[in-house]
Design a protein around this ligand. Structure first.
Ligand SMILES: NC(=O)c1ccc[n+]([C@@H]2O[C@H](COP(=O)([O-])OP(=O)(O)OC[C@H]3O[C@@H](n4cnc5c(N)ncnc54)[C@H](OP(=O)(O)O)[C@@H]3O)[C@@H](O)[C@H]2O)c1
Length: 325
C-alpha cells in the first residue's frame, strides 16, 4: 500500500484530497500546523501536527511516505516577501527533504494557472509549453517554485496547475454566492471576460490519477473543466440554482483600482490583505483566464465535461449545511 503525505491538509483542496483518500486503497497522513483549523478534515483523518521549521521531525515523517502532495501555500498575502517565504522557500524545503528520503518516489506540486498567466485571446488558450508570464506576486511565486522543482528535484515530479476551483468547503467563490443571494453580481470592466473553473471532485480525481503514474513524471499539466464560461453566465447559473433574480453591475476598472488602493492603505497595519487589493484587481481585469487541456485529457484520460449546475447545487447545499450561506 502506498503512503501519501499531504501538506496544507486542512485547506480547501488538501482536506478534500485527504477525505477522499481516507476511503481509498491509499494510506494518507494529513500534515497541518498546530494553529490550523481542521474542521474541513473528516474525523477519521490521520493528522500529524508540524512546525515546518522542524527539519528533523519532517525528515522522520517523510521517511514513512512514498508520495508527497504539496498543497500548502499562501493564496493571498500583503507582501512579496510572504509569498516568497511560503510559496517558494517552503517548496524548496519540500524538494530537498524528498531528495534526501529514499522512500519518497513522487513529488506532486499543486501549482496554479497563475504561474503561467492569462491567455492572449479566446482562440489561443495557454498551453503547458508556452512561456510563463505570471502577472501577480502569487503567480510569480508559483512560477519560481515550479522552476526550482524542475531544476533541483531528483525524484519523479509532477506539476499540476489547476484553474479556479469551486465546490463544497471553498471560501473564495463563497463571496460570489453571497452577493448573488443579495440579488446582484458585480463585474469589473465593460468587456466580457472568460475563464475556466474546475469542480473540486474532478480536481481530486485528477490529482489521484497522477499518483505513481509514470506517464505524469517530469511533466506539467493544466487542470480544468470545459467549456469556457463568461462571468455573467456563471453568475446566472448560480442565481438559477438559488432561485434568485439578479442585477448585473459593471464597474469601471479605474474605479475598482482606486478602491483597491484605498483598501490596501486601510490594511497597512493589519496582518491580512484586503479581500479586494491591487494584486486581485490585476487578476480580475484579465479577459482570458483560459487553458488548453488536451495534454491532460490525453495523458490522464479525463473527459473534463462536468455538470456545472449539478456541481453548483451541491456547493450551495454544502454552504447552507455549514451555515455559510
Ligand atoms: N483554490 C483554488 O482555486 C486554487 C486554484 C489553483 C491552485 N490552488 C493551489 O492549491 C493549493 C491549496 O489551495 P487551497 O485553495 O486549498 O488554499 P487554502 O484553503 O487557503 O489552504 C492553504 C493551506 O496552506 C497552508 N498554509 C498557509 N500558510 C502556510 C505556512 N506559512 N506554512 C505552512 N502551511 C501554510 C494552510 O494552513 P493554515 O490553515 O494553517 O494556514 C492551508 O492548509 C495551494 O497551493 C494553491 O496555490 C488553489
Amino acid at each position: 500500500m502506498k503512503n501519501i503525505l499531504v501538506t496544507g491538509a486542512n485547506g480547501f483542496i488538501g482536506s478534500s484530497l485527504v477525505n477522499e483518500l481516507n476511503n481509498s486503497e491509499y494510506n494518507v497522513t494529513a500534515l497541518v500546523r498546530k494553529s490550523s483549523n481542521t474542521e474541513l478534515l473528516s474525523t477519521q483523518s490521520k493528522i500529524r501536527y508540524i512546525d515546518y521549521r522542524d527539519q528533523k521531525e519532517l525528515q522522520k515523517i517523510f521517511e514513512d511516505h512514498h508520495i508527497l502532495v504539496h498543497c500548502a501555500a499562501l493564496t493571498r498575502a500583503k507582501k512579496w516577501k510572504d509569498f516568497l517565504e511560503i510559496n517558494v522557500e517552503l517548496t524548496q524545503k519540500m524538494v530537498e527533504l524528498c531528495n534526501r528520503t529514499d522512500a519518497m518516489q513522487h513529488f506532486i506540486f499543486i501549482s496554479s494557472q497563475a504561474a503561467a498567466g492569462p491567455a492572449s485571446s479566446l482562440s489561443d488558450p495557454k498551453r503547458e509549453a508556452d512561456e510563463e508570464k505570471p502577472l501577480t506576486y502569487y503567480g510569480k511565486s508559483k512560477f519560481l517554485a515550479e522552476k526550482y522543482i524542475k531544476k533541483f528535484s531528483r525524484k519523479n515530479w509532477t506539476i499540476l496547475r489547476p484553474v479556479s476551483v469551486y465546490g463544497p468547503g471553498d471560501q473564495d467563490f463563497l463571496q460570489l454566492f453571497k452577493m448573488i443571494k443579495k440579488g446582484f453580481s458585480a463585474q469589473i470592466g465593460f468587456q466580457k471576460k472568460y475563464f475556466q473553473t474546475i469542480y473540486i471532485s474532478d480536481l481530486i480525481e485528477l490529482i489521484i490519477r497522477t499518483f505513481g503514474n509514470e506517464r505524469c513524471y517530469q511533466k506539467t499539466f493544466f487542470l480544468a473543466n470545459e467549456p469556457f464560461i463568461n462571468e455573467e453566465d456563471f453568475s446566472q447559473i448560480i442565481a438559477k440554482e438559488m432561485d434568485k433574480k439578479i442585477v448585473n453591475i459593471r464597474l469601471p476598472i479605474s474605479l475598482i483600482s482606486l478602491i483597491a488602493q484605498f483598501l490596501d492603505l486601510l490594511h497597512i497595519f493589519s496582518k491580512r490583505p484586503a479581500v479586494l487589493n491591487r494584486q486581485k484587481v490585476k487578476e480580475f481585469a484579465q479577459r482570458y483566464w483560459l487553458v488548453d487541456t488536451s495534454k491532460t485529457k490525453r495523458i490522464l484520460d479525463f473527459s473534463h465535461k462536468s455538470e456545472v449546475s449539478q456541481n453548483i447545487k451541491k456547493t450551495i447545499a454544502d454552504y447552507k449545511k455549514r451555515g455559510w450561506l
